[in-house]
Design a protein around this ligand. Structure first.
Ligand SMILES: Nc1ncnc2c1ncn2[C@@H]1O[C@H](COP(=O)(O)OP(=O)(O)OP(=O)(O)O)[C@@H](O)[C@H]1O
Length: 313
């Protein structure tokens, strides 16, 4: 499996104009790789995840390509994308654990879903997948409301990966869970990859600490563009983009006492994507910015696999 996204541009049509949510994003995901996608709220993470599988009615594909194993995905053509969903690319959407049909028992719901995709339900396979994420087969005879949030989240993960997709996109699947359940869900994701039920993954979260634990590579986005992408430990230990540095510095250290050091956020807020200013989008908040940043910085490979969009590196 390999995913190649090139100069992807996606916008939302709104009454106030066009929101340029993705503005020229390029990256690759290799066979077996887990890519963590991080960045603060509104930077375009969900839009990117959706763009790889289904553009909703207000989204417009303004340019760029998405290739899976060398084949271009018809991302702007919802019907044509149907052939790829679940089998090639699957999405666990944000808030999906609250979106299970409340009127159906889990087993029946999964069977209906599979039949709607021309597949024959295989109870033994389903039970074995549930067992892999620590869920008993009795879950199939329960209604969603009878399960905890963490159990529902794992059910959604099992459903999304039943047809062994090449690429799984997991969008904020842990943010509504307590810390120990988050760990269990993250472990389940790794287990699916290791067992070959999914080949590669894009793990979307605003939680940089969690993504650093499970991702091979982390990509940080800022205001619709790529800021930095690097192997996970490099990004956390030697971040080069001023935005990533501030994000990493804002991470609380486990067990550390913060009496002498206040945890800080990043002052200011990202620019509006309705009419974003030219040049580096971070420059209004950047401690290193100067006049040269009025021009858009190119994405440069500063070390093997380490890409940064900043004039100051
Ligand atoms: N349906 C929509 N209509 C108009 N604008 C939208 C819509 N969905 C998202 N946007 C805008 O697109 C930009 C990117 O949003 P997106 O949800 O992709 O960001 P995100 O990084 O996933 O944020 P979060 O972490 O809060 O989910 C934001 O400026 C957002 O306001």
């Amino acid at each position: 499996m390999s995913l190649t996204v090139t100069d992807l541009r996606v916008s939302y049509q709104t009454l106030r104009g066009e929101v340029r949510a993705l503005d020229g994003v390029s990256f690759t995901v290799a066979d077996g790789e887990i890519l963590g996608l991080a960045g603060e709220s509104g930077c375009g993470k969900t839009t990117l995840g959706k763009s790889l599988i289904r553009l909703d009615g207000r989204m417009r594909h303004a340019g760029g390509t998405v290739e899976l194993d060398g084949r271009e995905l018809p991302i702007a053509d919802d019907r044509a994308m149907n052939a790829f969903r679940f089998r090639e690319v699957s999405l666990v959407p944000q808030y999906s654990m609250s979106a299970l049909n409340p009127t159906r028992k889990i087993g029946r719901m999964v069977a209906e879903l599979l039949r709607s995709r021309g597949e024959t339900p295989d109870r033994a396979k389903l039970e074995s997948r549930l067992a892999q994420v620590g869920l008993p087969r009795e879950v199939l005879d329960r209604y969603p409301i009878e399960l905890s949030g963490g159990m529902r989240q794992r059910v959604v993960m099992v459903i999304s990966t039943l047809l062994d997709p090449s690429l799984l996109i997991a969008d904020e699947i842990t943010s509504a869970l307590d810390v120990s359940t988050q760990q269990a869900v993250a472990r389940a994701l790794l287990g699916f990859r290791d067992a070959g039920h999914v080949t590669s993954m894009v793990f979307i979260t605003h939680d940089l600490a969690l993504t650093a634990r499970i991702a091979d590579t982390i990509m940080v986005m800022y205001a619709g563009r790529l800021a930095e992408k690097a192997p996970a430990e490099v990004l956390v230990e030697q971040p080069r983009h001023p935005y990533t540095r501030l994000l990493v510095n804002a991470l609380p250290e486990v067990g550390a006492r913060h009496a002498g050091r206040r945890l800080t956020g990043i002052a200011g807020s990202p620019p509006s994507l309705l009419d974003p200013p030219p040049g580096c989008r971070f420059r209004e908040r950047c401690p290193l910015a100067d006049d040269g940043c009025a021009e858009q910085p190119p994405v440069t490979e500063v070390a093997p696999g380490h890409h940064v969009a900043c004039w100051k590196v």
